[in-house]
Design a protein around this ligand. Sequence first.
Ligand code: SAH
Ligand code: SF4
Length: 352
Amino acid sequence: MPGLMKTTSDITKTNILGYTRETLRAKLAEMNIKPFIADQILDWIYKKFKLDFSEMVNIAKEIRARLEEAFEIRFFKNIETLESDGGRATKMIITLNDGKYIEAVVLREKKYNTLCVSSQCGCPVDCKFCLTGVAGFKRNLESYEIVGQILLANQLGHPISNLVFMGMGEPLLNYDNVFAAINLMNAEYSFHISKRKMTVSTSGYIQNIKRLISEKNYINLAFSVGHANPSKRVVLMPIESRNPIMEVVALLHEYQTMHNRKLTLEYTLIQDKNEDDQAIRELSNISKYLKAKINLINLNPHPKIPFRPVTTKRLHEVRDLLENSGVPVTIRFRKGDDISAACGQLGESCLG
Ligand code: SAH
Ligand code: SF4
């Protein structure tokens, strides 16, 4: 896989993956290189997945040599892939250039592939049922490291049409880089993935939900509820103490009135913690108020997580309770359980 395994990083060179079409055209103009070369470079990278200047054969040799001197195309140090038994998921374990690990998962549907991307290495939010939380926080990902996950999946032969920010990390805590990546992936010169096919999942970080509102930055959101009752939620999700769910819900309501993107409530079911009828009624009320679909996820267990999933019988009962209360609900299957590729299980490789 040319380009991907590069380990050298010459600090005098700039990483070309940080550029948009406009900034790359300007940079080339400064170097006295015709701006349309920028379009050719981006085409090679984002449409043909070629990451070596030497392969960009429609660019004159001497220009390629100058590009080589000035830039590098730097993604990741190393990649390992794991296939799930049923072949429905592929986990990519990625070594970043500084040696840290992240993970991303290709989820195969009948007609398309969804990529579950990471936005941070680890996560500082510390939800008690989440392996990424247990693994702790290392750092934010650069936007090229987010874009690189999609490029890598494509390069490995999994064309990606849908994206969910449900891998490692809290995307709203890495707002600038996440939205720079979203805008780049949406650009017609890049992957041209519609924003309608991207979903940002958040545990409810108020400051940056406010930013989405004030910047009129519209995207499909998924809100991870944990528990609809504040005093019970705080035990599972310490973020509740500074980001009260009532305020989050009010802001989400305001946000939803501004556009017609989708809002989903993600609800991880945990035995004896958030699965009783009262908890489900409270969840249903929030869903009705926000006109949001509920996505039930049965807990993915792990020896480092002190909780258990509910029984399949209870999972179906909860779904029926919600359905009968008049809210749309789906159950998310645990694709790729056998390779720890399901959501909330990412981070195994960080635990070392
Ligand atoms: N930080 C973001 C996105 C990543 S987590 C967020 O919290 O929304 C993606 C989803 O996985 C969230 O809905 C989260 O609640 C869920 N999740 C976390 N740990 C889980 C586990 N052990 N089993 C099932 N789902 C889990
Ligand atoms: Fe972070 Fe999301 Fe895991 Fe919570 S559920 S620790 S916010 S990745």
